[in-house]
Design a protein around this ligand. Sequence first.
Ligand code: CO8
Length: 279
Amino acid sequence: MLSFLKHSSINLRNGARSLSSLVNLSINEQTGIAKLEMNNHPVNSLGQKFLGELLVAIDQVKQEKCRGMILASGAKSTFAAGLDLTEVQNADPTAFRKYWYLFQEINFQLYSAPFLTVAAITGHSPAGGCVMSLTTDYRVMTHNPEKPFRIGLNETALGLSAPIWIQSLLTDVIGKRQAAQALLSGTLFTTEEAFKIGLVDEMGSSREDTLSKAELYLNMYRDLPIHALIETKMINRKKFITEFQSGREFDILNFSKNTLSAQTQDAIGKYFDSLKKKK
Ligand code: CO8
């Protein structure tokens, strides 16, 4: 067994109660709704330090026994840009396994959260950003007709293949046939397209409207007993969680091996260069 899985080398609490500048957590005492805002500017790339801080924040939402949480972004036009490619390029195998463990963990904690969750997707949400939004109970995405935001799993363009648990997250939301096609083509859907196929549940006309709709969704359940909601959600998610846990170690080894292969590293390098050349 991988040693960090056995001994959990990542101490979530670590004595920290105050949050960093990368993560802003506010809790409305009256409604019991937390808003976790990601502020790793410019694009909320999901680097290891940032993921660690998000985990501390989610743990705090649990400790405070919140009813619901909005996962939001403080970035101008991106929800989250996926893994930090500077930490994926030429990574050391041991370090990358820990990185992938952290990425699994953030998604696992969101998916199995003992509170309701909504993603307020106020900008682009490619790759790992899309994965994170898929773990929540509901997705609202800003419709920006002039310059449409996009969401999807574009990993084939980077030479990456989607692990089974990520494929399952997508399949559960948009159906098997549609998910298979989207994964093969690596399509990044506009908000309107994503809404049409059910990848997002609702569209917001602006950042404010998106956040307000996210809150309205959580408030819909205000008068229902939270224990019944959470138990229902857990029953619904149990099969996925069991399969995820039993395949977790294999996924770390396999995804790390594939990602660090010369072929994939080459594709990631070219993709990252093309991002920089865009300017
Ligand atoms: N990692 C590191 N740096 C990044 C990343 C990233 N993922 N994304 C963008 N940046 C950097 C850019 O290089 C740029 O840096 P600089 O200013 O120094 O040149 C800066 O952030 C701003 O980026 P843009 O100018 O591109 O900003 P835009 O607002 O024009 O576009 C986007 C924002 C749409 C988010 C765009 O940056 C983008 O497409 N980024 C890449 C997204 C991506 O493809 N990520 C893949 C990561 S791999 C991953 O998440 C694997 C998930 C799990 C596997 C699932 C299998 C299915």
